[in-house]
Design a protein around this ligand. Sequence first.
Ligand SMILES: C[S@@+](CC[C@H](N)C(=O)[O-])C[C@H]1O[C@@H](n2cnc3c(N)ncnc32)[C@H](O)[C@@H]1O
Ligand SMILES: Nc1nc2[nH]cc(C(=O)O)c2c(=O)[nH]1
Ligand code: SF4
Ligand SMILES: [Mg+2]
Length: 210
Amino acid sequence: MLKKDIQIAVEKGVMLPLMEEFYTIQGEGYHTGTAAYFIRVGGCDVGCHWCDVKESWNADLHPPTQIEAIVDNAAKYAKTIVITGGEPLTWDMGPLTAGLKEKGLKIHIETSGAYPLTGIWDWICLSPKKTKLPVDEVYNKAQELKVIIYNKHDFIFAEEQAAKVNKDAILFLQPEWSKKEEMTPLIVDYVMNNPKWRVSLQTHKYLNIP
Ligand SMILES: C[S@@+](CC[C@H](N)C(=O)[O-])C[C@H]1O[C@@H](n2cnc3c(N)ncnc32)[C@H](O)[C@@H]1O
Ligand SMILES: Nc1nc2[nH]cc(C(=O)O)c2c(=O)[nH]1
Ligand code: SF4
Ligand SMILES: [Mg+2]
């Protein structure tokens, strides 16, 4: 394909910069412990200094891939597909999610919510970031709010975000991985004192799986 045609296809969401795909156990949040096929789409400009997949940021490093190929492959592995990144909402998620829905799959997204919501989702995990706050539609539609705790101020940020999300969203606090020894005990105390919150750990990292 010509470079220009690839660019147009990516703009329409019929091709996406694909970083990696893997069948694993959802390690975080509400669906922790359940099998899912992960599709990691490249491209993110939110800029979290502690991001654990900085290799995903530059979309140009990840091959533009036809969504039919992504869908056909994913359908072989699992009934639940998690779209993550990078920031998936950088791109139009309409065509990819429509293709996965045609196969009868459940589709989950991991998102910062920084860009307008595209695509059809069975489950939206919103993990808001101070550097680029979520758009209203994602606050309104998220099933899950997962705030990363890197320092004590993040508890204040978490409450601000909880006030903005819809009332049915399930609330999680997750320690930032490099600060987990310091922050996990504070999260445990916080959840006991504020039981509307739940603890989320990156259990896949403890299990040494992707
Ligand atoms: C890598 S992000 C990709 C999806 C999307 N850009 C987002 O931030 O939600 C996937 C999840 O990992 C979380 N995360 C990233 N780096 C982390 C770290 N160092 N410690 C704990 N959680 C982290 C994010 O907050 C998000 O919930
Ligand atoms: N096992 C596993 N669970 C995850 N939940 C969210 C992840 C992500 O990077 O979006 C992730 C991941 O990278 N691996
Ligand atoms: S929004 Fe997600 S992918 Fe982007 S830098 Fe932050 S944690 Fe990493
Ligand atoms: Mg991850």
